[in-house]
Design a protein around this ligand. Structure first.
Ligand SMILES: NC(=O)c1ccc[n+]([C@@H]2O[C@H](COP(=O)([O-])OP(=O)(O)OC[C@H]3O[C@@H](n4cnc5c(N)ncnc54)[C@H](O)[C@@H]3O)[C@@H](O)[C@H]2O)c1
Length: 262
């Protein structure tokens, strides 16, 4: 992909299916990638699988010292930082009964961690003359989902962080965009469906125009585009990679007007 060769990107949450697919896509496009994740075992395994263009640094995005070490490692290993993908997340959510500690933990990982990563990367991007950031939001940012409070609120806030940061960092040559996946085949989907992809696709078909789950590689393609120079005119945007979830209204596939005449 044009404009990613020799760029350096940090991918938080890169130890899991979606984050690993992002790292792999960026490497295919010629970038070097630092995976930052709390999952040491899977993070190291992904880095090893993807080869010498990828490093893993154990990083908790809620820990400012760990973030500083992550930035240092990227700069020492690869000479600078051009891109940041804020993919790390927690699904911690106790709905209406969530405690203050749960609220703070969810927002710390999903929102504040991303903002602190961006803050820490910014001087390095300025040193390179600019950069690009992709924040992971979600379809959950824009709809009510019963029993879910913390995660959707954190993802809505990610969309607003994206707009605000895009405005304030434009003068530094830094573009900031979001990607909002729909249901995507991922560790959580695999766990919830007992590894049954066909079953997960069948459930997803009710709410996604494409009639199936998205794939990690499909989300990774959108992230790679937004990080690349091909997206030089795109900032403050939220790109749906949701198989048409947001386009499908409450009528879904029902011919609602016909019901009036029945
Ligand atoms: N799976 C989906 O269907 C779906 C849909 C919409 C959006 N998303 C978004 O895509 C991204 C990836 O989702 P996923 O389902 O693969 O999630 P996941 O839970 O499988 O992976 C999240 C990753 O973040 C890491 N992580 C958690 N806390 C961390 C911390 N404090 N510091 C650093 N790393 C931490 C985990 O170790 C894990 O590797 C998330 O931002 C999620 O909100 C996923």
């Amino acid at each position: 992909m044009q404009g990613l060769a020799d760029k350096v990107a940090i991918v938080t949450g890169g130890a899991t299916l979606i984050g690993a697919a992002v790292a792999e896509r960026l490497v295919q496009a010629g970038a070097r990638v630092l995976i930052a994740d709390i999952d040491q075992e899977n993070g190291a395994a992904v880095a090893q699988r993807l080869g010498s263009s990828v490093r893993f640094e154990a990083t908790d995005v809620t820990d400012d010292d760990a973030i500083a070490r992550c930035i240092d490692t990227a700069v020492q290993a690869f000479g600078g930082i051009d891109g940041l993908v804020n993919c790390a997340c927690t699904y911690l959510d106790n709905g209406a009964d969530s405690s203050r500690a749960e609220w703070l933990q969810a927002l710390d990982v999903n929102l504040v961690g991303a903002a602190m990563m961006l803050q820490a990367c910014r001087p390095q991007m300025v040193r390179r003359g600019g950069g690009a950031v992709v924040n992971f939001a979600s379809i959950s940012a824009g709809v009510a989902q019963t029993g879910r409070w913390l995660y959707p609120v954190s993802k809505a806030a990610m969309q607003q962080l994206t707009r605000t940061a895009a405005l304030d960092l434009a003068a530094d040559g830094i573009r900031v965009n979001a990607v909002s996946p729909g249901w995507t085949w991922s560790s959580v989907m695999s766990q919830l469906s007992g590894g049954d992809r066909a079953k997960a696709d069948a459930v997803a078909a009710d709410f996604h125009i494409l009639g199936r789950l998205g794939l990690p590689e499909e989300v990774a393609n959108v992230v790679a585009f937004l990080l690349s120079d091909l997206a030089s005119g795109v900032t403050g945007a939220d790109y749906a990679c949701d198989g048409g979830y947001r386009a499908l209204g409450p009528e879904a596939r029902v011919a609602a007007i016909a019901r009036l005449m029945a």
